[in-house]
Design a protein around this ligand. Structure first.
Ligand SMILES: Cc1cc2nc3c(=O)[nH]c(=O)nc-3n(C[C@H](O)[C@H](O)[C@H](O)COP(=O)(O)O)c2cc1C
Length: 175
């Protein structure tokens, strides 16, 4: 069975993105790493950040998983800061840790956004698709979700179901 790792990239561990991730978990089997509990330094040309949690997370993904789901809240029409830091650090995987970068080839990537309404920012998921393409990973889809008040609306639940199905179809097609 292919294994899925989801990175939860919110500025709070138990917020809206977490709620959406929990709803997705009822339909898709995956492990979660909460980046809020990890130390991810920004990219550094001077490589001053090599003892933070980035490389251990990437190594764990490469060794143990087939699919990466990036789950981010919408902050100022874009991904969260911690996820941007994480993506910037992928540069380490094509420079100082090239063997690691090569092992990303063929793995699958998907992205999930959680905002406060149903309006998906144009091009929000483009960086994830292009990053996957650049790293020779297979981009298997995206979903935009939201929590307006406190509960997950029916339409959002339907989107989560559709996304889970889409991921499963792509997993089964490959394996
Ligand atoms: C710093 C910040 C910026 C935000 N910017 C946006 C935005 O541009 N568009 C939007 O729809 N919601 C925006 N929101 C609302 C969040 O996307 C929304 O409440 C989301 O569900 C929060 O998820 P979280 O609890 O995991 O942080 C913003 C919230 C914060 C804290």
């Amino acid at each position: 069975m292919p294994k899925i790792l989801l990175l939860q990239a919110s500025a709070r561990s138990d917020g809206n993105t977490h709620q959406i991730v929990q709803a997705l978990r009822k339909q898709l089997d995956f492990d979660v790493i909460d980046l809020k509990t990890k130390h991810i330094e920004p990219y550094s040309y001077e490589r001053e950040n090599q003892s933070d949690d980035f490389l251990p997370i990437m190594r764990a993904f490469i060794e143990q998983y087939d699919v990466l789901i990036l789950a981010t809240p919408v902050y100022w029409y874009s991904m969260s800061g911690v996820l941007k830091n994480f993506l910037d650090r992928l540069t380490d995987c094509i420079s100082i840790e090239k063997q690691l970068g090569r092992k990303l080839r063929g793995k699958q990537l998907a992205s999930l956004s959680c905002g406060s309404d149903g309006i998906e920012v144009e091009g929000f998921h483009t960086p994830f698709r292009l990053t996957a393409e650049y790293l020779d990973m297979e981009y298997i889809g995206s979903v935009h979700t939201w929590i307006a008040e406190t509960d997950i609306e029916e339409e959002v639940l339907a989107r989560i179901t559709e996304f889970a199905e889409q991921v499963n179809v792509r997993l089964n097609a490959k394996n």
